[in-house]
Design a protein around this ligand. Structure first.
Ligand code: IMP
Ligand code: MG
Length: 185
């Protein structure tokens, strides 16, 4: 795919994404296999994705997880000014109950941490048996709230706005097969 003139550079290329997601899938498979063995089988892992950005990552990740698995989606929206944290509102809830389930929350990118924290609290209030979180990108410079991340694809120290592989700017660029930084002007 061609590089758009609004893109500054490719930050994570297709091959690197694929390689790392394979590793994450193997790690998750290993961890949850051990869990299931310890508990004597039980219900399939429930992966929960945060729409819409996570769609591409989730689709690739679950195909690298070699375990019985279901997935569901949740959507939140933040209403607020660009730089003041808005109130987080559930726009679309999960279809199935999470009580007593082993839940793997999957997110595309963690920035301030507020969105993920809100979802984690929402899910924990429903008493899952376990909750772990997997994010593709942990963008650290603007973190405001401490948030537990159990599986991290890439940790980025630079504060750049990223697009592609599900991540958008004003709804666009989600279909790029790589992750790129957007030019700021
Ligand atoms: P947080 O609540 O500040 O952690 O923001 C998380 C949400 O903001 C993510 O789910 C993304 O939708 C969005 N976001 C944060 N950083 C970026 C970025 O660099 N590109 C695209 N979306 C981003
Ligand atoms: Mg998002």
């Amino acid at each position: 795919m061609r590089v758009d003139e609004k893109l500054k550079r490719i930050v994570i290329g297709e091959r690197e994404l694929k390689r790392r997601i394979k590793e994450l899938g193997a790690e998750i498979t290993r961890d949850y296999s051990a869990l299931a063995l310890a508990r004597g089988g039980e219900r399939p892992l429930l992966a929960i994705g945060l729409l819409r950005g996570v769609v591409i990552f989730l689709a690739d990740l679950v195909r690298e997880i070699d375990l019985p698995l279901e997935f569901d989606f949740i959507t939140v929206s933040s209403y607020g000014q660009a730089d003041s944290p808005g109130e987080l509102v559930l726009l679309k809830d999960l279809v199935d109950p999470v009580e007593d389930r082993d839940v793997l929350l999957v997110e595309d990118i963690v920035d301030t941490g507020r969105t993920l924290k809100f979802i984690q609290e929402t899910i924990l209030a429903r008493k899952p048996r376990s909750l772990r979180t997997c994010c593709l990108i942990d963008k650290t410079p603007r973190r405001e709230v401490e948030v537990q991340l159990d599986y991290i694809g890439f940790r980025l120290e630079e504060n750049e706005f990223l697009v592609g592989y599900g991540l958008d700017y004003a709804g666009l660029y989600r279909n790029l097969p790589y992750i790129a930084a957007l030019k700021t002007r």
